[in-house]
Ligand binder design. Structure first.
Ligand code: NAI
Length: 275
């Protein structure tokens, strides 16, 4: 019950990682506010929470929506934890094809939203002696081949923003960290690929199957894996941790596939025949 008596905001809490984190924080005692554009999904999570989770419509590309959500929680007794997590795949185009508007839309959704969440939460947390902020980055912040260019660039921005904000806000006893999820089975992929609703379950099974093969830990990543790390970073167990990140990726960024997959011949395997 690390969050007993505390209040938390989770953006993107209607689905996937945000939903699992809202449930985890509530299970550990927090009163949680979900902010999301998915009203049906958000309300569903709230309705099954015994009053521990509330839903408020919030489009994180809209500054006023973010401000209003955070102020509602402040007015209810004060904000202790903010999880800036809402997101989607963004523009699919490569850098030589992307339009200025699509670039802006993706950065607004994934990076500006996080900056504004911190912007509005920080003074209110400072006023009451501190707080904890966690932001969702991605393995695509660390290398190529995981996600499109605009998304990956925004997620790299989230990582550095987490450090900068931790430095800016240390004076107010506000800790800021990031979580870096690997390949986690959620609806983000089916939404991005525009797979129709009636094919979503089968698509998610296929995604989970592929995910289990993608990294050294031989199972698909689950939203609960990320929720556990976020709950740790947001709790007093992480009281001495700020300006950094936790990588929860089943080892997908560990190194080349040859280093961990015995089925994959090493770069110099053919030379064995010459020895
Ligand atoms: P998801 O699609 O299950 O959940 C994303 C949630 O964000 C949805 O409920 C959606 O309605 C909400 N959302 C989208 N646009 C919004 C907006 N403008 N305002 C408010 N809410 C909005 O996907 P998932 O995987 O749970 O994604 C959560 C975060 O994790 C995202 O930031 C994503 O980029 C990140 N991530 C996910 C990974 C994965 O493998 N699933 C890997 C790395 C990062």
């Amino acid at each position: 019950m690390r969050f007993q008596g505390k209040r938390a905001v989770v953006t993107g809490g209607a689905s996937g990682i945000g939903r699992a984190t809202a449930l985890r924080l509530a299970e550990e005692g927090a009163q949680v506010w979900i902010g999301d554009v998915d009203e049906t999904g958000g309300q569903e999570v709230a309705d099954t929470s015994n009053g521990k989770i509330k839903f408020r419509r919030c489009d994180v590309t809209n500054a006023e929506d973010i401000k209003a959500l955070i102020e509602e929680v402040d007015a209810a007794g004060g904000l202790d934890v903010l999880f800036n997590n809402a997101g989607a795949g963004g523009a699919k185009e490569k850098i030589d094809e992307i339009s200025p508007d699509d670039w802006d839309r993706t950065q607004n959704l994934l990076l500006r939203s996080v900056a504004l969440g911190i912007r509005y939460a920080a003074p209110l947390m400072a006023k009451r002696g501190g707080g904890a902020i966690v932001n969702t980055s991605s393995v695509s912040a660390l290398g190529t081949g995981y996600a499109p260019t605009a998304y990956s660039t925004a997620k790299a921005g989230v990582l550095h923003l987490s450090k900068m904000a931790a430095a800016d806000l240390a004076k107010d006893n506000i800790r800021v960290n990031a979580v870096i999820p690997g390949f986690i089975t959620t609806n983000i992929f089916t939404r991005h690929l525009e797979i129709p609703d009636d094919k979503r379950d089968i698509a998610n099974q296929m995604i989970a199957g592929a995910a289990a093969m993608a990294q050294p830990v031989k199972r698909a990543g689950r939203p609960e894996d990320i929720a556990a790390a976020v709950a740790f970073l947001a709790s007093d167990d992480a009281a001495f941790i700020t300006g950094t990140h936790i990588l929860v990726d089943g080892g997908i960024t560990i190194g080349t596939r040859q280093s961990w997959d015995p089925e994959m011949p090493g770069m110099f395997a053919a030379l064995d025949a010459l020895a």
